[in-house]
Design a binder for this molecule. Structure first.
Ligand SMILES: Cc1cc2nc3c(=O)[nH]c(=O)nc-3n(C[C@H](O)[C@H](O)[C@H](O)COP(=O)(O)OP(=O)(O)OC[C@H]3O[C@@H](n4cnc5c(N)ncnc54)[C@H](O)[C@@H]3O)c2cc1C
Length: 422
């Protein structure tokens, strides 16, 4: 039987960052990763080729000494450009000129893997699937190249993503739920520099949305999110008028886009809600294992890196000396994860055109209020500050609730919507 002071289930982005961050606190760290090789497998590429790193993620990358490398491989974006039939509108990410950093998932993976592999006390075991957790024995079963091995741990971190085995075992009593959206996600790489490279570009409608991130190495990565029932009309049937009407100009820029999207690997969008995030003082989950969310705020990884930051603060100050310490970590993080999940769902409704006229009217009023008072928007709070997500959500909800029916009615009229569609 083997033993490790710290076992990390899952060598994804959060698992690798955790090993680097905690490498001087543990004599030995073992990561078990089910992929067969360190390289990023094409089968996972339905998960966004580009990642936005914001303030929270940045703080952790700085702490593990990777921020400069990430910066060297990132592009800075200053806003979104919404394309429509009459042209395009620019929505700056921040009225204070803040920019977000965008890096390819593969590059970030490689940077983290290289750094973790260079640490003498970090051992990454590939082709190693964590299958079972035995909480009383403080042990896991790992299937490694077809052989089962039993490993004991002092601390187990579950960073094994959206279908986490650790999360499953912690929540066997029905305290885990997965929510799948009726939406499909597809992404392709375009080598031409078709649009402005310091913006995220998007086209949206209630049926589907296209987004395009510029890629550091050149070109764009373009994704389509569509409701499952619109697949035929958008990508399969010969007549491309529906696609043209929803996404003006895209097909002119990329003539074979429908064909390429049709043949790209599709993925589903959804979120994870787990009640139990820890066991005693020796098992804890983080990253997507704890809180996978809809990706429209670009905060999934950033939140996972913030989990890690918070845990490392506790380990630094007190060590993990009692179940109460882990309990306080997980209860705080669960509240923050719940808030960013809500914010991300709202952003999903907004970006995919699912807002009602009334929702848009309230959002316009809120945006005007924030600009007039030089206050941060919800996006700015999430992306550029370290303010707790729960505070940001509360601020937004309070502001939205503060508008009177008269103000909303006036805004609807200004928008050319005579009636309230509540
Ligand atoms: C379309 C899309 C766009 C996104 N854009 C952004 C963005 O811009 N910014 C952002 O912050 N976040 C973004 N996210 C979210 C981000 O991708 C995730 O939050 C992040 O990858 C989570 O990292 P993780 O390490 O927790 O999980 P993962 O990256 O899923 O890693 C989990 C690892 O565990 C391994 N594993 C799984 N099961 C086992 C097992 N039983 N045994 C051993 N190993 C196992 C897997 O092989 C994997 O390597 C986006 C997500 C999507 C879907």
């Amino acid at each position: 039987m083997d033993h490790s002071p710290l076992i990390i289930a899952g060598g994804g982005l959060v698992g690798l960052a955790a090993a680097i961050m905690l490498s001087d606190r543990f004599e030995r760290i073992d990561i078990f990763e089910k992929r067969e090789e360190p390289i990023f497998p094409p089968s996972m590429q339905a998960r966004s080729l580009q990642l936005v790193i914001s303030a929270r993620g940045w703080r952790t990358l700085e702490a593990i000494g990777l921020s400069q490398d990430v910066l060297d491989h990132s592009l800075k974006l200053n806003g979104r450009m919404r394309h429509h039939a009459d042209g395009a509108d620019i929505e700056p990410y921040s009225v204070h000129g803040h920019e977000i950093n965008c890096i390819s998932r593969n590059t970030l993976y490689q940077l983290l893997t290289q750094r973790a592999e260079a640490l003498p006390n970090v051992h990454i075991h590939y082709d190693s699937v964590v299958q079972d957790v035995f909480f009383e024995q403080k042990a896991i079963d790992v299937m490694h190249y077809g052989h089962k091995k039993y490993w004991k741990y002092d601390l187990l971190i579950g960073a094994d993503g959206v279908r986490s085995k650790v999360t499953y075992h912690l929540n066997r009593n029905g305290t885990l739920s997965h929510q799948l959206e009726r939406n499909n996600y597809r992404e392709i790489r375009i080598t031409e520099n078709l649009w402005e490279r310091d913006k995220f570009h998007y086209w949206h409608s209630p049926k589907a949305m296209i987004g395009a991130f510029p890629v550091h190495e050149g070109g764009f990565s373009l994704f389509l999110v569509h409701q499952n029932e619109h697949m035929l009309e958008l990508l399969v049937q010969k007549d491309d008028s529906a696609f043209e009407a929803l996404f003006p100009g895209v097909k002119d820029a990329v003539p074979d886009i429908r064909e390429r999207l049709k043949h790209s690997k599709g993925g589903f969008l959804g979120s994870v809600n787990a009640q139990n995030w820890h066991h005693a003082d020796n098992v804890v989950i983080m990253g997507d294992a704890a809180h996978a969310m809809l990706p429209f705020m670009g905060q999934g990884l950033n939140t996972g890196l913030e989990d890690l930051w918070s845990l490392s603060q506790i380990i630094d100050k007190e060590g993990i000396t009692s179940p109460e310490l882990i309990q306080s970590f997980t209860s705080t993080r669960r509240v923050q994860a719940g808030a960013i999940r809500r914010i991300s769902e709202n952003q999903f409704r907004y970006l995919t055109g699912k807002f009602t006229d009334r929702d848009y009217a309230i959002k316009h009023l809120a945006d005007h209020h924030l600009i007039n008072h030089d206050l941060p928007t919800t996006y700015m709070g999430c992306a550029f500050s370290l303010d707790p997500f729960a505070e940001i959500l509360e601020r937004e909800e309070k502001l939205y609730a503060s508008f009177t029916e008269e103000q909303i009615a006036e805004e609807l009229v200004r928008m050319g919507k005579a009636t309230d569609d509540r």
